[in-house]
Design a protein around this ligand. Structure first.
Ligand SMILES: NC(=O)c1ccc[n+]([C@@H]2O[C@H](COP(=O)([O-])OP(=O)(O)OC[C@H]3O[C@@H](n4cnc5c(N)ncnc54)[C@H](O)[C@@H]3O)[C@@H](O)[C@H]2O)c1
Length: 335
């Protein structure tokens, strides 16, 4: 650290890298000093925009002793190798979701960071969106009694615009939609519902023959506490939608629209409506970066750990396994 600031190197100067860098600049305790991208023109343009040094060689960036931490925002298949390399170089790591594409890779990342005593945080940013976090807060408070059933649907069309990257079309590079997109919802289901005991899933590829994973999936899960959960995910829905509900013993939480929507708290006696704009207004990406830097400065575990990232990946792996075998998959033992 220099002048109380954590000095940061960014790896992967694409869409998310830019979002991270933009928010980082608003955080007093962080300073962006370097960036790395596989493409020279991309890293140079990025460096110019943010007024920093750049390289196409990750080892060169990791070799700099004026970098305390790295943000990894490359395609998912690169996260494990790059995190392990960064940890070996003694850098704290913030890794974008999905943490990796296998549980074994997640374990390697956790072990490498533990061995060098550096922080590892995974960018499961949904936890910092207003309605998402309010639902968690109310369920956890117990004011509505025990959670019985949590259902989430994330429905839309195919990757277009800035999301239309070749690496997203292949399961080997992206992990498929269940990892690249729905790792958000899988982490969220586990965060709110608790550890998952078992899953059963069906998936189909209806409309996207140029990609090798389902574009529509239905996932049913049982939490270890006995509650049930459902995820409906789709890239073939013309109407689209993103929301859900949580039914608890003494009331229901309805959130038909997660983004900028409202939260309805319904009990037998009353109905309360909470609007997203009444909740936290801090940019969620800024909030997660602030958590990362504070965990470094305060020398404590970040709120979203490698173990959290790993649990979401284990869930996605089990879901794919259920689709392939046609059987329910237990997560209680092994994983
Ligand atoms: N938290 C969120 O809501 C959110 C949103 C979008 C993306 N993401 C995640 O961020 C990551 C990147 O996604 P994106 O949309 O920015 O992708 P992108 O394709 O826009 O950017 C990836 C960048 O990584 C670079 N790159 C590729 N190989 C590299 C290497 N070996 N070394 C250095 N750079 C390399 C590419 O050239 C590209 O510039 C993914 O893990 C994705 O899941 C998270």
């Amino acid at each position: 650290m220099r002048n109380g600031k954590v000095r940061v190197g960014l790896v992967g100067c694409g869409v998310m890298g830019k979002s991270l860098a933009t928010q980082l600049r608003t955080i007093e305790q962080m300073e962006l000093v370097a960036a790395c991208d596989a493409f020279d023109d991309v890293s140079k343009a990025f460096a110019e925009e943010f007024g920093i040094w750049s390289t196409t060689n990750l080892d060169e960036l990791l070799g700099r002793d004026d970098i305390d931490a790295v943000l990894i925002a490359t395609p998912p298949y690169l996260h494990a190798e790059q995190t392990v390399a960064a940890a070996k170089a003694g850098k704290h790591v913030f890794c974008e979701k999905p943490m990796a594409l296998t549980v074994e890779d997640c374990d390697r990342m956790i072990e490498a960071c533990q061995a060098k005593n550096v922080k590892l945080m995974v960018g499961q940013v949904l936890r910092y969106f207003p309605i998402h976090s309010k639902v968690k807060e109310i369920v956890e408070s117990g004011e509505l009694g025990r959670l019985l059933c949590l259902t989430i649907h994330r429905l839309g069309g195919w990757f277009t615009g800035v999301w239309a990257k070749d690496w997203r079309k292949s399961k080997v590079t992206s992990g498929g939609a269940l990892m690249e997109v729905n790792i958000h919802e899988l982490d969220y289901l586990r965060w709110v519902g608790g550890e998952v005991e078992s899953v059963f899933a069906m998936g189909e590829n209806f409309l996207h023959s140029d990609c090798d994973y389902p574009d529509c999936a239905l996932v049913v899960m049982k939490f270890q506490n006995g509650a049930l959960g459902i995820l409906h995910t789709s890239q073939v829905s013309i109407a689209g939608d993103y929301g859900g509900r949580a039914d608890c013993e003494k009331g229901s939480l309805l959130f038909p629209q997660f983004w900028n929507g409202k939260l309805v708290v319904q009990t037998e006696r009353e109905q309360k409506v909470i609007k997203a704009e009444e909740l936290s207004t801090e940019n969620p990406v800024r909030r997660e970066l602030r958590e990362f830097v504070e965990s470094i400065v305060e020398n404590r575990k970040p709120a979203i750990t490698g173990e959290d990232g790993r649990a979401a990946v284990a869930l996605a792996v089990a879901i794919y396994k259920s689709m392939e075998t046609g059987n329910p998959i237990s997560l209680r033992f092994k994983q």
